[in-house]
Design a protein around this ligand. Structure first.
Ligand code: 4GS
Length: 250
């Protein structure tokens, strides 16, 4: 899995991934990240990568040319290395919201060229000509595409085969079956007088699985009714879930 990241702050990308799960996966060479700085391929004395918007208004716009040169460099280098070309994704609030399902799909592919915008925007002609898809990390605005790109890389890398140990398994995470995660407890058995739910100490794994499923369904109802409705529409709720939901209403 390759990520080729276009960013004017490559240190931001390099500074975050070496830790924890993404760091271990990097050491084990389960994925690669390389950064390409548009400022390094400018031709003017000021190394400009942005300019004022036509039509006026606040903020600056990233110029198409340095971005195009970066992309050229990536494609030329990858061809020399005998690596396949990659799709280009831009992190942007205008994009399709990132989801666990999208992360899963990306983890099964060859990787991505990730374009991280700074300033107010990116020249639309570059987006139209070169960007295959826009991906958003949520309906809010951050100051650059680097943190969104890191979120995407993290969400994808932890799904790669061999990255998570059994103990960290991704199969029981939130969203994997479209529901929120259940509550978790560890030692000691009592914290400030609050005990661990007794079923978790029972050793009865059928009961434990059922309890966890019910907790997931009820937490999703309370905190994210939109997700529960989606799970219902997609036929991912069982007869037992419906019974728990009826009981849970009282
Ligand atoms: C997002 C977002 C974002 C948009 C970057 C304005 C700087 C900023 N990127 N999901 N220019 N939300 N990007 O806010 O991906």
């Amino acid at each position: 899995m390759d990520f080729e990241v276009i960013s004017v702050f490559p240190e931001l990308i390099a500074g975050v991934l070496p830790f924890g799960v993404t760091g271990r996966a990097l050491n084990e060479q389960r994925y690669r990240v390389r950064c390409w700085n548009p400022r390094d391929v400018t031709t003017d004395n000021y190394r400009r990568v942005d300019d004022r918007p036509y039509g006026g208004g606040p903020g600056m716009v990233m110029m198409a040319e340095p971005l195009g040169r970066c992309l050229e460099g990536i494609r030329r280098t990858r061809a020399q290395e005998g690596r396949p070309d990659l799709r280009v994704a831009c992190l942007s609030p205008q994009g399709t919201p990132l989801s666990q399902q999208k992360a899963q799909a990306l983890s099964e592919g060859p990787g991505l060229i990730l374009l991280c915008g700074r300033y107010e925007a990116i020249d639309q002609r570059f987006l139209d000509a070169e960007v295959d898809e826009e991906i958003s990390i949520g309906d809010f605005v951050v100051s650059g595409g680097e943190l969104p790109a890191l979120l995407l890389i993290d969400a994808v890398v932890r799904l790669l085969p061999g990255v998570l140990h059994d103990a960290e398994s991704a199969t029981q995470d939130s969203f994997v079956d479209g529901l929120l995660d259940c509550p978790h407890y560890t030692r000691p058995e009592s914290v400030d007088g609050v005990p661990v739910p007794s079923v978790l100490l029972s050793g009865n794994h059928r009961d434990i699985d059922r309890w966890r499923r019910r907790q997931s369904v009820l937490a999703t109802l309370r905190k994210r009714p939109d997700l529960l409705e989606k799970a219902r529409q997609e036929g991912r709720l069982t007869a037992e879930d419906f019974r728990d939901l009826e009981d849970g209403l009282y």
